[in-house]
Design a protein around this ligand. Structure first.
Ligand code: FAD
Ligand code: NAI
Length: 471
């Protein structure tokens, strides 16, 4: 009889966990995956990436129809009406089809879905739905959940003070939505409801939106979102939210302290970050401690300090992104199978899927300068505006730019940032180039199809050593 029930047991079926489980099974390991949700796919497929993109896509089409964009292409429309329940239904259809797709892939690859939440008994066994299951290797991929704002109670069913899950499921367009937190979720979901007719105010603690992105991108983001009609209250903190019936009154004050004021809203979205899911895992039973940020630390191979226990995705340090979790899922399975699974954490792209999209990979200009010891002559920066890109101009998409940051001596690309309608797609090329250790010259001498938005990356790269042509 085998020593363990499974070779690999993955806890959590988000993009990290389900990918790890499938890859482990593909490599011939007997694999199970515990998931407590009714459907597979984790945060990303159920209440994250996919439903948010379904609403972003639908609301973008709606706005194009009502704000004169169609008319600018010579398309006349009759009166345009929003059918919110149909828009919500197409979102649910996408979620259902994709989560069902993972269930199909589990069956196809012979991954056993253990339905329920797993708790460690020891380093090689867990209890799931009252049943003890053992495995030689256990991968923790339990993801993250919404960070609460102290003193503010979220009630997604009531729909007045909501988190991202509630904001994805509203059955009415708010009159005034106040978003607490000008990060990725606040701007994506704030954009959805603004496009559908809500007045949206974003209250951000810091003096700029989108922490972690390049400074130029952050400044430009503020201009673009303001132009689109969002009200931004930067350097402002929320000190309380009082709810009375269907109305909320927020008390805000300058982050640095000062006079308080109140804002009335009929919907408040709390989007101040996410925290790793470790409660109820029984980590104390295996002696696994968390770091100061509540995360599980691993080595480069995704091994924790406990032999046989591995961890990946949002529950470990690094950006909380689905593709980062997926790549770690593949790498951990390969490492468990005795192969060499590597993730290059220096080249993880990030994208904000608003219109235009905001994307980046590698170092920000600020970080590159800091790494160069503050010596400006050690880095080169080139920016090419989308206004000078023929395809963006033809499509009436003047906002944005591509920015390339390179090492002045080696010409190696250190970072690329883009604001463009398709920046999320464009950034893949930059990631590939950086993964191959490309120089700006390599990108500049690569033939790019015309007319495409991607030519803006080529021209920005040309600007590092020579000059772009179209500027
Ligand atoms: P998760 O997806 O959180 O999955 C973990 C799973 O583990 C969950 O299903 C949970 O039920 C399960 N679980 C937890 N504890 C246990 C247990 N004890 N036993 C069994 N199961 C357990 N990222 C992007 O890259 N692009 C995007 O466009 C994007 N959009 C987002 C939009 C929103 C609104 C949100 C909230 C997030 C978004 N993200 C996006 C982030 C992305 O969803 C996460 O980075 C990603 O889901 C992390 O994957 P994971 O596998 O680590 O964890
Ligand atoms: P975030 O970290 O992106 O932004 C949170 C913002 O809230 C920050 O700007 C922060 O300064 C601000 N904040 C914190 N406390 C505050 C307070 N009391 N008052 C006002 N502002 C306050 O977190 P967010 O938007 O919740 O997203 C969570 C995670 O989900 C992110 O790490 C992101 O990686 C992931 N995600 C990714 C998406 C994508 O890739 N397109 C889409 C949505 C989420």
């Amino acid at each position: 009889m085998a020593e363990y029930d499974y070779d690999v047991l993955v806890i959590g079926a988000g993009p990290g966990g389900y990918v790890a489980a499938i890859r482990a099974a593909q490599l011939g390991l007997k694999t199970a995956c515990a998931e407590g949700r009714e459907t597979l796919g984790g945060t990303c497929l159920n209440v994250g990436c996919i439903p948010s993109k379904a609403l972003l896509h639908g609301s973008e089409k709606f706005e194009e129809a009502v704000n004169g964009t169609f008319a600018s292409y010579g398309i006349k429309t009759g009166p345009v009406e929003l059918d919110l329940s149909a828009m919500q239904q197409q979102k649910l259809d996408s979620v259902k089809s994709l989560t069902g797709g993972i269930e199909f892939l589990f069956k196809k690859n012979k991954v056993t879905w253990l339905k329920g939440y797993a708790t460690f008994e020891d380093a090689h066994s867990v209890t799931v739905a009252g049943q003890k299951v053992s495995a030689k290797h256990i991968v923790i991929a339990t993801g993250s959940s919404v960070t609460p704002l102290p003193g503010v109670t979220v009630d997604n069913d009531a729909g007045v003070v909501v988190d991202s899950t509630g904001a994805l499921a509203l059955n009415r367009v708010p009159d005034h939505m106040v978003v607490i937190g000008g990060g990725v979720i606040g701007l994506e979901l704030g954009s959805v409801w603004r496009r559908l007719g809500a007045k949206v105010t974003v209250v951000e603690y810091l003096d700029q939106l989108l922490p972690g992105m390049d400074g130029d991108v952050r400044r430009e983001a503020a201009k673009i979102f303001k132009k689109q009609g969002m009200a931004l209250k930067l350097s402002t903190k929320v000190t309380g939210v009082a709810v009375d019936g269907g109305k909320a009154t927020l008390t805000v004050e300058p982050s640095a302290g000062g006079a308080a004021e109140t804002i009335e809203a009929d919907c408040v979205l709390v989007a101040i970050g996410r925290k790793p899911n470790t409660d109820g895992l029984g980590l104390d039973k295996i002696g696994l401690e968390l770091n100061k940020r509540g995360q599980i630390e691993t080595d480069h191979d995704f091994r924790t300090k406990v032999d046989g226990v591995w961890a990946i995705g949002d529950v470990i340090p690094g950006p909380m992104l689905a593709h980062k979790a997926e790549d770690e899922g593949i790498a951990v399975a390969e490492n468990i199978a005795g192969l060499t699974g590597i993730v290059n954490h220096d080249v993880i792209p990030g994208v904000v899927y608003t219109f235009p999209e905001f994307a980046g990979v590698g170092l920000t200009q600020e970080a590159a300068l800091e790494k160069a010891g503050g010596d400006q002559s050690k880095i080169k920066v080139s920016k090419f505006p989308m206004l000078a890109n023929s395809r963006a101009k033809t499509n009436h998409e003047p906002d944005g730019f591509v920015k390339v940051i390179a090492d002045a001596q080696t010409d190696r690309v250190l970072g690329v940032w883009a604001i463009a309608s398709v920046a999320g797609t464009m950034i893949a090329e930059a990631a590939l180039a950086m993964e191959f250790g490309a120089t700006s010259e390599d990108i500049a001498y690569t033939c790019h199809a015309h007319p495409t938005h991607s030519e803006a990356l080529k021209e920005a790269a040309m600007g590092i050593r020579e000059k772009p042509i179209h500027m």
